[in-house]
Design a protein around this ligand. Structure first.
Ligand code: FRU
Length: 457
């Protein structure tokens, strides 16, 4: 098959076959990165999910290790749902949700533990947390982290209260097996949708940042095709009260068309990295994607590093991507339109703009970007394979657009604006073989293809 038409990302985690959703259990253990993903053998979002395992030395080349957890016990028989991993006393501890459906269709939920000494085989220990009072069975996705100061472990679990409001439940433990319920983490005076999925607590220096993937009702006539989205907020974490008080409403982690359920971890170099599911949306939208017809569906984003500065959560592409770069190609464009051919299939494109600039860029017929410096608005259009029309977003950049980085890995496109202040991730299936750029004013471009990505292979 002509490599140019290959739609599967090459340096991202994507299933060989079957369906992928959330990242789970991201961890570095004895130098090796481990990642798991929610997986089904069939290309459909519905079914009893497994944890599929892959490993990497450099975060860009991944080796599939097969299924680590399958739904084969009474407490997880309808799905080993999302959760995270930590390393403690030479072992990996996986925390996950056991999803159970009773005969009458009612749901049960158990927060479960599995451990591994070799990083390859996982032993299940069963439930360690049962559903506390005050919540519906929409209670899942444990995230555990160590509190070095208090010498305890915290666990947060995504929840829906019996009032049908989203929140996050907080637990603590001294030994990872026995957990004490502390209470609702978030103030119920704010809106967290009808369920918070995949909560994540991040510590960057002295700052605590909470991320939740909010499920909300779809807003009538909204341009958003899906009302589920991940938001971050910095705030005050009171260990005594067991509460997190956000300074303001959540801000979208990523403003693309396909992004949900990000999960972070701290690696052995003390970087706070994360990956996210580059997918989501309604059933029909997911099933309309060309990848599904090739027998696989969805991928993760590239791993990114979180950095907190000037009261903002920045995202940096990991530096490991730089090791993949081939020679740099530089171009300057001024008041003209150029067309780059796909034979030079660029994996990474960096745009540097002067203050007075307007540009338009069409990537392979399916992604259109246009920016106007007087309004500081970026318009993004992406071809939607379900509606056969372009979805559209306007991003108010609120400051000058200075740099703009685009990472393309077959059907995966990630855009980092102004050093990662804003990020846009989307699946893009190409319709032609060129990248067209039109600039009013001066635009400098750096382009890289990646080693080993021979398009004529
Ligand atoms: C989020 C989610 C999680 C759940 C998992 C099931 O996408 O719904 O809440 O654990 O996916 O696959």
């Amino acid at each position: 098959m002509d490599k140019k038409n290959d739609i599967k990302p090459k340096y991202h985690i994507a299933p060989k076959a079957g369906f992928l959703n959330d990242p789970n259990g991201l961890v570095q253990f004895k130098g090796i990165y481990h990642a798991f993903y929610q997986w089904l053998e069939e290309v459909t979002p519905q079914g009893a999910k497994c944890w599929r395992h892959c490993i990497s030395k450099d975060l860009v080349h991944w080796e599939d290790k097969g299924i680590a957890l399958k739904p084969d016990m009474w407490y997880d028989k309808n799905g080993c749902y999302s959760g995270n991993a930590i390393v403690f006393s030479e072992k990996i501890y996986l925390f996950y949700t056991g999803n159970v459906r009773k005969e009458n269709g009612d749901r049960e939920t158990y927060q479960c533990l599995a451990t591994s000494e070799d990083g390859i085989t996982f032993k299940k220990h069963g439930p360690v947390v049962y559903l506390p009072e005050g919540y519906t069975a929409h209670f899942r996705d444990p995230k555990v982290w160590k509190d070095e100061e208090e010498n305890i472990w915290w666990m947060i679990v995504g929840a829906q209260t019996i009032e049908k409001k989203g929140n996050v439940a907080l637990f603590w433990s001294e030994d990872l097996y026995n957990w004490n319920y502390k209470g609702n983490l978030l103030p119920d005076t704010m809106n967290w949708g009808y369920m918070c999925e995949c909560p994540d607590m991040i510590r960057l220096g002295e700052k605590y940042i909470l991320i939740v993937s909010m499920q909300e009702k779809k807003i009538e006539n909204s341009i958003e095709k899906d009302s589920c989205h991940a938001v971050w907020m910095s705030g005050e974490f009171s260990k005594e009260k067991g509460t997190f008080t956000p300074y303001k409403e959540g801000i979208r982690v990523d403003e693309g068309f396909d992004f949900y359920a990000p999960q972070s971890f701290v690696d052995e170099n003390n970087r706070t990295l994360y990956m996210s599911w580059m997918g989501g949306g309604e059933y029909d939208y997911q099933m309309s994607q060309p990848a599904g017809k090739d027998g696989w569906l969805h991928s993760f984003t590239y791993p990114r590093e979180f950095v907190y500065k000037n009261n903002w959560l920045y995202q940096k592409p990991i530096k490991e991507l730089e090791f993949l770069r081939d020679d740099k190609v530089e171009k300057s464009i001024e008041d003209e339109e150029v067309s780059l051919e796909v034979k030079d299939y660029y994996k990474e494109m960096e745009f540097m703009l002067n203050d007075q600039n307007e540009f338009k860029c069409t990537i392979l017929g399916s992604l259109k970007l246009s920016y106007n410096s007087s309004q500081k608005i970026l318009n993004i259009k992406r071809f939607n394979w379900l509606t056969k029309e372009f979805d559209e977003k306007y991003l108010n950049i609120n400051e000058d657009l200075k740099t703009f980085k685009i990472f393309i890995d077959n059907s995966s496109v990630e855009i980092f604006i102004n050093e990662g202040k804003r990020v846009i991730s989307s699946r893009v299936y190409f319709q032609n073989n060129s990248i067209q750029i039109k600039a009013n004013g001066k635009l400098k471009l750096n382009l890289w293809s990646y080693k080993g990505d021979n398009t004529n292979e």
